[in-house]
Design a protein around this ligand. Structure first.
Ligand code: HAM
Length: 423
């Protein structure tokens, strides 16, 4: 027997109602905010992610699914931002409007060690706004993420916000952090010892208690606490930018916290970053995250254009939702037919009802009345149409309402109107 690949999931029929619900809300809300859907390929050139996420990030170092084809080297996309920026540049979307709001829904792939909420194939609902560095964009994006979460009916989530500053600020901060961590580097956890060399900012959001204690004792603490609030390491422009973002979020009465330790695992971020966590999720508690990447478009060969976006992990959203989605086929009509002639009539009726937009199904197996009724019941149908010899002769059908249990005869010529009235 074959098994699915480790870290992948079959999304079964009883689960897809929830997926469709999240997708439907996303399409509606993104459209309300004037975002346009973009669909990029699942495979990209491997080097796209070296350049955008950074060679030293964990995703690029350890988690890429690589595909070699002759001399070409592709990978399954680990995230959507780099692909969207690539598509934006390649299709000259900047020439068409300069400013564009895009969204996407689809699978991403990372060869991580699978655990609850951490898969190798998972799905993003994400968006990218390319063409403006104004804080109003940051405010809209964070408020949009919040709005989506409430419409998804996710409760109890927390939004944390920080500013990493511009590239120069980031660099200064990284140097300072490395300098201060150096004497204590050998006490860090295994992962952080690697991060110390390759991606030192990530030490700041390590969950290991020893690392947390080391961070608490650093002189840098004063600087970190001041990040984006008072002086900190931010230049005047970045400080002002972040203050405007926070003021805008306050004006919208959005519930968020500034977390000076919040850094992101991808190199492209600058200025505002944010993360949404949910306490019910355990170790993998981020249900979504995003931020500005004001240098990425130029870095990938496009114009010097600021941008920002976020992505939710759909599997984690679903884990955070405690209520199952409503079952599908709420209004399904099930046709039970007995005998050859009735079967023909049933097929005609099925086709007619479907053309009229009424969901219906039948028993294809010529079961007995009892068997067919059981099947109808299992299908979750709200109404059952029974056609037997008697009904054929009288040109009627027997209509059974599964909610009330009531049953009545309906003339064939009145059936459509009757079914439409009841749906
Ligand atoms: P990310 O933080 O790597 O950001 O992923 C966003 C979300 O995807 C996470 O918060 C999490 O919910 C989900 N996620 C990530 N990895 C996994 C996994 N292995 N299994 C299940 N869910 C996962 C990005 O990818 C950025 N592209 C977001 C962004 C868009 N920034 C700007 N624009």
């Amino acid at each position: 027997m074959f098994k699915r690949a480790s870290g992948t999931k079959d999304i079964l029929p009883q689960e897809t109602a929830q997926w469709q619900r999240l997708e439907k809300i996303s399409h509606q809300i993104f459209s309300l905010y004037n975002y346009h859907e973009i669909r990029t390929p699942l495979i990209e050139e491997e080097s796209l992610f070296d350049r955008s996420l950074g060679k030293s990030t964990e995703i690029v170092r350890k988690q890429m699914f690589l595909i070699k084809k002759g001399r070409d080297s592709y990978c399954l996309r680990p995230e959507g931002t780099a692909s969207v920026v690539r598509a934006y540049i390649e299709n000259s979307l900047d020439k068409k409007s300069g400013f564009i709001k895009l969204y996407y829904i689809g699978p991403m792939f990372r060869a991580e060690r699978p655990q609850r909420g951490r898969l190798r194939q998972f799905h993003h609902i994400g968006c990218e706004v390319i063409g403006s560095g104004e804080p109003e964009v940051d405010i809209e994006i964070i408020a949009l993420a919040d709005n989506l979460l409430s419409l998804f009916s996710v409760k109890g989530y927390r939004i944390q916000v920080n500013s990493l500053g511009c590239l120069e600020d980031k660099k200064k901060f990284i140097d300072l952090l490395r300098q201060q961590l150096k004497p204590k580097a050998n006490k860090l956890c295994d992962d952080c010892r690697v991060r110390f060399k390759d991606n030192v900012l990530r030490v700041l959001d390590c969950k290991n208690e020893t690392c947390r204690e080391i961070i608490r004792t650093l002189d840098i603490q004063a600087q970190v606490s001041a990040l984006g609030t008072q002086s900190g390491h931010l230049c005047l422009e970045c400080k002002d930018h972040f203050e405007r973002v926070c003021k805008g979020l306050d004006a919208l009465r959005l519930d968020y916290k500034v977390n000076p330790y919040l850094v992101r695992g991808l190199d492209y971020y600058t200025r505002t970053v944010f993360e949404v966590t949910h306490p019910a999720l355990g170790a993998q508690d981020a249900i979504g995250a995003g931020g500005r990447y004001d240098n990425l478009v130029e870095e990938l060969g496009g114009p010097d254009t600021a941008a920002m976006g976020f992505a939710f992990g759909m599997e984690r959203l679903i884990l955070a939702l405690d209520a199952p989605a409503e079952a599908q086929n709420k209004e399904l009509i099930f046709i039970v037919s007995l005998g050859e002639e009735a079967k023909k009539e049933a097929l005609l009726l099925l086709s007619q009802l479907r053309k009229e937009g009424l969901a219906c199904d039948t028993d294809y197996e010529n079961k007995s009345l009892k068997g067919a009724m059981r099947l109808a019941n299992d299908s979750g149908a709200k109404r059952i149409l029974i056609i037997g010899e008697d009904e054929l002769k009288k040109e009627i059908v027997t209509l059974k309402d599964m909610r009330s249990g009531g049953q009545k005869e309906v003339k064939r010529q009145d059936l459509l109107a009757e079914l439409k009235r009841g749906s």
